[in-house]
Design a protein around this ligand. Structure first.
Ligand code: ADP
Length: 308
């Protein structure tokens, strides 16, 4: 039995415009590394974090909290040590906390010879999300654990479905390095939705999923519309409208806020268009004087991967 694993814990894009708190997808070229080991002492320890200033105390770090949730259910005395090598900046809106929560429980489960399915791991990883944002949402941890696109059909009871991924779909993400607190981006949301908007939104969710299953890129594109959250949240993101307009003019299928922002994502058909979109939005952001990162990635249909 392996006593230690080095894994790739991927970044994820949640919401995908129309699917607030229910849709998400997994990225392939952006993510953290983690080394997770079984130890003789029945404790959860975090001995190393590189690339970010995050707590080493296991009860304050999402990786520790998610691991403890798994071990509680496993109900045998096991010790775990975690090292985290961060590439995804915390608060970026591309699932930084989810990568750590999902990565930790996935690796521990493997080291214990997989007593839980990947679907069962989602609820443990959600405990980490609860620590990060006060809300145990699954729209980042589910795609990290299952890969591809995922739908949270229901939270109570938890029912998560892995969806079909069309071969040529690519994601372009821009992360403006400004801080938008998850709590702030949640506070601008209204808790009442008009029936007219709800009808538009669930039509789009259905259209998006139909588009994934029929490889209908145009349908995917016109379903990437958010009439409920985006109009309220986009004001927190500098140049959001200009980025979206530019991405669409360069051939992106759709463009919206990644998670709770400030990252903005665009979906495109094919790498060429995804790169064109990246270059064009780079030009838009270069003029702002703000620091930013841009990522181009295919959809990662596997999710978390073992590196060694
Ligand atoms: P993101 O959408 O990028 O995941 P969140 O705002 O949801 O960002 O989560 C980031 C918050 O979680 C920060 O407050 C951070 O301090 C906290 N946190 C705790 N442990 C971790 C971890 N291992 N990785 C990332 N964030 C963590």
């Amino acid at each position: 039995m392996n006593k230690s694993l080095r894994i790739f814990a991927p970044a994820t894009v949640a919401n995908l415009s129309c699917g607030f708190d229910v849709l998400g997808c997994c990225l392939d070229t952006v993510g953290d590394e983690m080394v997770v080991s079984l130890t003789p002492d029945p404790e959860v320890t975090i001995t190393k974090i590189e690339g970010a200033n995050l707590p080493l105390e296991s009860h304050k770090n999402v990786a520790g909290v998610a691991t403890k949730a798994l071990l509680k259910k496993y109900n045998k005395e096991v010790g775990v040590n975690i090292e985290i090598y961060k590439n995804i900046k915390a608060g970026s809106g591309i699932g930084s906390s989810a990568a750590s929560s999902a990565g930790a429980v996935w690796a521990v489960n493997r080291l214990l010879n997989s007593p839980f399915t990947n679907h069962e791991l989602i609820s443990f990883a959600m405990e980490g999300e609860k620590l990060a944002s006060g809300n145990a949402h699954a729209d980042n941890v589910a795609p990290a654990l299952l890969g591809g696109f995922t739908l949270v059909r229901s939270y109570e009871p938890l029912d998560v479905i892995k969806l079909h991924t069309p071969e040529d779909l690519m994601v372009t993400v821009i992360h403006p390095q400004i801080e938008v607190k998850t709590s702030d981006s949640r506070s601008v949301i209204k808790h009442r939705v008009s029936l007219k908007k709800a009808i538009q939104q669930w039509g789009n969710v259905g259209g998006f999923i139909a588009g994934l299953y029929t490889n209908n890129y145009q349908l995917i594109g016109r379903s990437l519309e958010d009439v409920i959250i985006e109009p309220l949240r986009s004001i927190l993101i500098p140049e959001f409208d200009a980025v979206k307009e530019t991405a669409l003019s360069k051939g992106a299928l759709g463009c919206g806020i990644s998670g709770s922002g400030p990252s903005i994502f665009a979906l495109s058909k094919g790498e060429k268009t995804a790169n064109l979109v990246a270059e064009a939005i780079r030009d838009v952001y270069s003029k702002t004087g703000l620091e930013f990162d841009i990522h181009v990635s295919k959809i990662n249909n596997q999710g978390i991967k073992i590196l060694s």
